[in-house]
Design a protein around this ligand. Structure first.
Ligand code: NAP
Length: 324
């Protein structure tokens, strides 16, 4: 299996694993950041750096801006840190407010204003990667291209990507963009395996593949777009945190993960990530745990190369029935 991945071409210092910062900053409300949240964020970032992670994934909405804010405080305390890591953030989701319901907004004005807010909270002059968080039904490719040209010219953003978009939406945007979209961040894990189902079982009546996926995986592979997997650890469902009432296949798969992890002499978290890494698309898993012990448990993911048989054993166990 090749250990190379697509983002290395445009962002050479990116690590294969990405640290997801959604769990930093405390609660999703107006409660100010306290010392406990500061210590929590510092310990998580320290553990992530320790296992070699250089790319940190944010979004303007995470804990209502507090994730970026607390991260910005860490950058300020250690002036050399910004240049040792890469910052990615996202914009385009708006929560309900006085002017409307929860909605998606990829208008030029909103993108530009969001980026200014992100840079201000992080206390940095530039983002290495900006992702458009979700497709906005009202998005217009020309307007997005204009916003991108301004962000690029001002030096505020170095690379542009998307999240939760399918191939048709990406192709539409790419038509007017002067630069390639570098990444698409999607929910991909052993638990959320539509991305494989769709291509494997498309001609099967029982196939569970989501139509949303269509040929998105292949589009990204063909066009050199980095696939990033959010939810990569499946919220711990296969590594000790499955709810009692989870489907039988989840409990059986968690036991299988433990067994294979023991055989490979790694933690369950590393084994789970190795399953994503084994796919030839060169996926970048985004880990969302902020618990230092669980972050360190991901450290050996790149050392494990699952055999075809092990990979399929996990996939078939997770889907809960044999392949057609
Ligand atoms: N693009 C998008 O639309 C989108 C959507 C969601 C997330 N994301 C990004 O992807 C990252 C990861 O996504 P995620 O947070 O949904 O996924 P995840 O890594 O699968 O789940 C992490 C969450 O599960 C909890 N958890 C409890 N027990 C766990 C265990 N044994 N192992 C691992 N986690 C356990 C973690 O809490 P502890 O911190 O206590 O471990 C954390 O809240 C986010 O941080 C964010 O950067 C992107």
């Amino acid at each position: 299996m090749t250990q190379s991945f697509v983002l290395q071409r445009t962002v050479p210092t990116s690590s294969r694993l990405v640290f997801g910062c959604m769990g930093l900053g405390g609660s999703w409300d107006a409660q100010p950041i306290g010392d406990q949240e500061r210590r929590h964020a510092a310990a998580a970032v320290e553990a992530a750096l320790e296992i070699g992670i250089t790319l940190f994934d944010h979004a303007d909405i995470y804990t209502l801006g507090k994730a970026e804010q607390v991260f910005g405080e860490l950058l300020k305390q250690d002036p050399g840190l910004r240049e040792r890591l890469l910052l990615q953030s996202k914009c385009g989701i708006r929560f309900a407010d006085g002017s409307g319901p929860k909605r998606y907004d990829l208008s030029q004005d909103y993108i530009l204003a969001s980026v200014d807010g992100i840079l201000q909270r992080l206390g940095t002059e530039y983002l290495d990667v900006l992702l458009l968080h979700r497709p906005d039904p009202l998005m217009e490719a020309e307007e997005i291209a204009e916003a991108w040209l301004k962000l690029k010219a001002s030096g505020k953003v170095r690379q542009l990507g998307v999240s939760n978009m399918h191939s048709g939406q990406m192709a539409l945007l790419q038509q007017t963009l002067p630069d390639p979209l570098v990444a698409n961040q999607l929910e991909m894990s052993l638990l959320k395996h539509d991305w494989i189902e769709n291509g494997t079982c498309f001609n099967d009546d029982q196939g569970k593949g989501s139509r949303v996926w269509s040929d998105t995986l292949q589009y990204c592979q063909q066009h050199g777009v980095q696939l990033q997997a959010w939810g990569a650890l499946a919220r711990g469902w296969y590594s000790g945190a499955a709810p009692q009432d989870a489907p039988a296949a989840v409990h059986a798969t968690a036991a299988l993960v433990q067994q294979l992890a023991a055989q490979h002499q790694v933690a369950a978290e590393s084994l789970l990530l190795a399953w994503l890494l084994r796919h030839p698309a060169g996926i970048q898993p985004v880990i969302g745990t902020a618990h230092p012990g669980r972050i360190r448990a991901c450290a050996d993911a790149l050392k494990v190369v699952l055999s075809r048989e092990e990979w399929y054993q996990l996939y078939v166990s997770a889907r809960g029935q044999e392949l057609p």
